[in-house]
Write a protein that binds this ligand. Structure first.
Ligand code: ZN
Length: 248
C-alpha cells in the first residue's frame, strides 16, 4: 500500500473546507504587495500572528480574521486561480485523494476592493482542467445538506464544542458507526493540515486505523461524485486499505 503522509497512512477524503480559509500565507503576501494592499505583516510569521490562532475565540473574533487578508485576494482573478491551484496541490501533499471545497463568493469577489463579478463557472473552469485529475478534484460550490462533517480542531477553536476533546460529539458518532467525515474547515486560520484533525481524534478520542478507513469510505460514499467516479474512488480506497469492497 502506498503510504500517504501523516497520522493515517491511507488516502483520505475531505468534504468540508473553505477555499477562502485555505490560502497560503505566501500567496497573500505576494498579492498584497503586487496590488498595493496593506497587510498586518510583511512576513509569513508576522501575517500568521494576525490571521491564525490556536486558542478558542468567539465567532465574531474568528470572522474578523478574514478581514485582515481577504482584501489582498478578493476581486483578483489571477489570485483566485492561483489559490485554487495551490489548494489542490497542498491537499494532494496531505494525502487527500478527493476533496470537496466550498467558497464564499461574497468574500472572494466583493470585499470592496476592485470587485470583479466572479461566476462559479469561472472558478470551476480554472480548478479542474489544470489539475488533470478530475476524479481527485470535484469542486462544489453549494452548501448542501450532507452527512455530518466533523472538523475537530475548528470546533475547538471556534467554541462550537466543549474545549474538552473527550466530550466531543464525534466520539458518539464513532460509537454509533455513524456516517461522518473528518475535515480541516479553515486550515489557514487554524494553522493546520488534515493531520492536526486526525491527530486529535487519534490521541484524545481513541481513533484507530480501522475507524479512519471506515470514515473515509463513508465520506467517499457521501461525496457529490457521479456514480461511476464514486465507484472508482471507492475501489481506489478499498485497494489502498487492503479491504474487500462491500458489494451488498
Ligand atoms: Zn466550515
Amino acid at each position: 500500500m502506498e503510504r500517504a503522509p501523516g497520522v493515517f497512512g491511507g488516502p483520505k477524503v475531505e468534504l468540508h473546507v473553505h477555499l477562502d480559509g485555505a490560502i497560503r500565507p505566501e500567496t497573500i503576501l505576494y498579492f498584497g504587495r503586487k496590488r498595493g494592499i496593506p497587510l498586518p505583516g510583511d512576513t509569513v510569521e508576522e501575517l500568521l500572528k494576525y490571521v491564525s490562532y490556536d486558542t478558542p475565540l468567539t465567532l465574531p473574533q474568528f470572522l474578523e480574521k478574514f478581514n485582515y487578508y481577504m482584501p489582498a485576494i478578493a476581486g483578483d482573478r489571477e489570485a483566485v486561480r492561483r489559490i485554487a491551484y495551490e489548494f489542490v496541490e497542498t491537499k494532494a501533499k496531505e494525502g487527500i485523494t478527493y476533496v470537496e471545497v466550498r467558497y464564499s463568493p461574497h468574500l472572494l469577489a466583493n470585499s470592496g476592493v476592485d470587485p470583479i463579478p466572479w461566476g462559479q463557472a469561472d472558478v470551476l473552469s480554472y480548478l479542474c482542467p489544470q489539475l488533470g485529475f478530475r476524479s481527485a478534484c470535484l469542486i462544489l460550490l453549494f452548501m448542501l445538506n450532507s452527512p455530518k462533517q466533523v472538523c475537530p480542531w475548528s470546533s475547538y477553536l471556534t467554541g462550537a464544542c466543549s474545549p474538552d476533546f473527550t466530550k466531543h460529539p464525534v466520539i458518539q458518532f464513532k460509537k454509533d458507526r455513524a456516517n461522518y467525515s473528518l475535515n480541516t474547515d479553515d486550515p489557514l486560520i487554524f494553522n493546520s493540515t488534515i493531520d492536526k484533525d486526525y491527530g486529535i481524534v487519534k490521541e484524545h478520542m481513541g481513533f484507530t486505523e480501522e475507524e479512519f478507513k471506515r470514515v473515509n469510505i463513508n465520506a467517499a460514499q457521501s461525496s457529490f461524485l457521479p456514480e461511476k467516479e464514486k465507484q472508482e474512488l471507492l475501489n481506489k480506497l478499498h485497494e489502498a486499505y487492503g479491504m474487500v469492497p462491500n458489494t451488498s
